[in-house]
Design a protein around this ligand. Structure first.
Ligand SMILES: Nc1ncnc2c1ncn2[C@@H]1O[C@H](COP(=O)(O)OP(=O)(O)O)[C@@H](O)[C@H]1O
Ligand SMILES: N[C@@H](CCOP(=O)(O)O)C(=O)O
Length: 319
């Protein structure tokens, strides 16, 4: 997480009076992350995470996210469990922001992804998809294909300063991706942002999945394509086929892909790459000065996009 909104000790102490968590013991902002303000919190009852929801989270949708995390946790997916206040309500307001306390998950996210992270990741992703099947409420993917051109429009003015010709390149990619986008693949609840910094490991096994605030109801195989992008490229931009094979094998050991899902992987990976290129580009141009946040380079995802646009079929991913 980042910290966009500061919280004073006094405000936090008053906030905690609505919970049965004992007194405040320690509290600090977490610099990692991009979207919301997060704090690590220790009280008499143990360790927790305090989240203040920021710009991209619609407060009206928070009950959907809270409900999904509760649903998944009840089905043995290790994810943050929202903690209710004394009135039974997990969602409150702090410093004029919607806020929630969730359980702290043990584990460490991989700073350097190895092939042996990818199989357990694939298994965990597929388990999440299966556990989400009986969570009935739907949430539209606000960062799905219909949002990509409008998102690019919002970066049209500054985009070419990041790299000359970038806006035209992204326009052309959208001209190709949008008409080819598959609409009839299996759908369900997806995480939609399962990057390494959202997956904790302990002793080579996945110990926790965090950051469900992009989760939505969309194509299950799109979630796998997000992971191909986030886990299967090296720092120098090279695609690592061994990681991709391990990721897909782990996924299929729990939920086999249909042939139409495999065939769609290239376009799903193109779409996922442009989605992250576009949000990173927007943030690159619009992050408020002084925010405790590290901007992410949109070009990392433009380079992945170029790779996927050159792939013909699932064979390009070693499948
Ligand atoms: N439930 C949790 N348990 C342990 N650490 C957490 C938890 N939630 C968040 N964190 C810490 O906060 C960091 C950023 O969280 P994240 O949800 O990715 O933020 P953002 O939504 O801003 O991207 C994580 O890398 C981790 O260090
Ligand atoms: N994963 C996204 C940014 C969202 O940040 P997260 O910390 O919520 O995962 C990216 O890398 O562009």
């Amino acid at each position: 997480m980042a910290v966009y909104t500061d919280v004073s000790d006094e405000a936090l102490t008053a906030f905690l009076r609505d919970y049965d968590l004992g007194g405040l013991v320690a509290f600090r902002g977490i610099a990692e992350g991009v979207e919301n303000s997060n704090f690590s919190l220790r009280t008499g009852a143990g360790d927790f995470i305090l989240t203040l929801y920021e710009k991209r989270v619609d407060p009206g949708e928070l009950p959907w996210f809270i409900g999904l995390m509760r649903h998944l946790a009840a089905r043995n997916v290790s994810c943050p469990l929202p903690v209710a206040g004394r009135d039974g309500e997990p969602l409150r307001v702090l410093n004029n922001r919607p806020a929630a306390i969730t359980t702290f998950l043990p584990g460490v996210w991989p700073r350097r992804v190895r092939p042996d992270h990818c199989r357990p990741l694939g298994e965990a992703l597929a388990r999440l998809h299966l556990a989400g099947r009986d969570y009935p409420p739907e949430r539209r993917n606000a960062l799905g294909p219909d949002s990509w051109r409008p998102l690019l429009d919002r970066s049209r003015d500054g985009g070419d300063a990041v790299q000359p010709g970038l806006v035209a390149e992204l326009d052309q990619a959208l001209d190709r991706i949008l008409p080819a986008w598959p609409r009839a693949l299996p759908r369900g609840q997806i995480h939609a942002d399962l990057f390494p910094d959202n997956v904790f490991f302990l002793q080579r096994e996945v110990s926790g999945l965090i950051d469900f605030y992009f989760a939505c109801t969309d194509l299950l195989a799109y979630d796998l394509a997000v992971c191909v992008n986030a886990w299967c490229f090296e720092a120098d931009g090279q695609f690592n086929v061994t990681k991709a094979r391990a990721l897909v094998a782990g996924y299929e050991s729990v939920r086999p892909l249909g042939p139409e899902e495999r065939d769609a992987l290239p376009v799903l990976a193109q779409g996922s790459a442009i989605r992250f290129a576009l949000t990173r580009l927007f943030d690159w141009l619009n992050t408020p000065p002084g925010a405790m946040v590290t901007r992410k380079d949109p070009m990392d995802y433009v380079r992945r996009l170029r790779f996927h646009l050159a792939v013909d079929g699932p064979e390009g991913y070693g499948l």
